[in-house]
Design a protein around this ligand. Structure first.
Ligand code: SF4
Length: 348
């Protein structure tokens, strides 16, 4: 027998079409989605304001899947790393980060990643597959349920495993459900951020199709250095990337965040800081400086503290908003780009 599809893997329009084909009013779509995303229903049986007949037809055709929560690791700083098991045995990770008065959740968009950034543990493991729309949303749904009060989860970042724009359709559909106030999760668009290594060919579409924030993982100020750190740069060099950023259809009062992982002796010089300031001049931007979080066997090191501060000062003097982001969850390898590989060989 064929496995039933997860209802989270189809869009609202697809659900409406399915309902209409069965002679059911499209009005039910909103009701069903609200049960799933706002009221966390685990079965169609719970949808008590929908007739028994429709509920049993839904159960015959769909499931409401939940990934298996294999393990939760808590960091000394309060961050929590969730390891989820998927239907096909693959595993993904999500990280819940406590901030002042709220939580940010970092979610994955692929199993593994094909981009091969040299500083990234996920990249070293290679690409396995895209996550479905339902698997992306399930991370939010499941972790939201874990919180004493789900309303404290206010921010979502797509910065976990994978290059989100390489899984474009599923990611955009998931983002639109996250920001859908009528039937979805109701996150504010300005509180949801997609971070990309620079898949330029998809940037303009993203700006048109969603209301979320854009972050670019830049990490170098010349093509030679960026080619070495991030192979995607050979396809979409810095000039093309920044040109696409300049033309990006930003929402009012928004800026693009540029992430810059500081690597000792590689991209942390005063010249780099000056070049970065010049490069970003045409773009409405802010900069997150992320001192590298060295891991066992990593080829890079973290710069000394005075070097980090000097780099920031140069940007501040040029009137940039430049914030030093100290990775949380270092003791559980929960920092950006450090997910998955550690758990790949784990048994439960
Ligand atoms: S940094 Fe992001 S894009 Fe680069 S290899 Fe890691 S997960 Fe992929």
């Amino acid at each position: 027998m064929m496995a039933k599809p997860d209802i989270k893997d189809i869009t609202g329009e697809q659900l409406t079409t399915w309902l209409e084909k069965g002679g059911i009013s499209p009005y039910r779509t909103g009701q069903i989605l609200r049960w799933i995303y706002k009221r966390q229903a685990d079965s169609f049986e719970q949808m008590t304001d929908i007739s028994k007949e429709i509920r049993s037809r839904l159960s015959l055709h769909f499931t409401i899947g939940r990934p298996e929560k294999i393990r939760v690791e808590q960091s000394e700083d309060g961050s929590k790393k969730y390891l989820f098991g998927l239907e096909d045995g693959n595993r993904i990770e999500s990280v819940l980060i406590p901030e002042r008065g709220h939580f940010t959740l970092c979610i994955s968009s692929q199993v593994g990643c094909a981009q091969g950034c040299r500083f990234c543990l996920t990249g070293k493991g290679g690409f396995v597959r895209n996550l479905s729309r339902g698997e992306i949303l399930a991370q939010v749904r499941d972790i939201q349920r874990d919180l004493a009060d789900p309303k404290y989860l206010t921010n979502i970042v797509l910065m976990g495993m994978g290059e989100p724009l390489a899984n474009y359709r599923n990611v955009v559909d998931a983002l639109n459900l996250l920001t859908d106030t009528a039937a979805g999760f109701s996150f504010a668009g300005r509180r949801v951020t997609l971070s990309t290594a620079g898949l330029v060919s998809r940037l303009a579409d993203l700006g048109k199709e969603t209301t979320v924030n854009l972050a670019i993982s830049l990490n170098a100020t010349d093509n030679r250095a960026r080619d070495r750190l991030m192979p995607i740069n050979k396809k979409f060099p810095i000039e093309q990337l920044l040109d696409a950023c300049r033309r990006y259809p930003l929402k009012p009062h928004r800026r693009i965040t540029f992430e810059y992982i500081l690597l000792k002796g590689i991209n942390d010089s005063e010249k780099d800081a000056g070049r970065l300031a010049r490069l970003l001049r045409p773009v409405k931007s802010k900069i997150n400086l992320i001192p590298f979080n060295a891991y066992e066997g990593s080829e890079f090191q973290r710069p000394e503290e005075p070097v980090i501060e000097q780099f920031q000062q140069i940007l501040l003097r040029k009137n940039y908003t430049a914030i030093i982001r100290r990775s949380k969850g270092q003791d559980i390898s929960a920092a950006c780009g450090q997910l998955q590989v550690k758990s790949m060989g784990d048994t439960r």
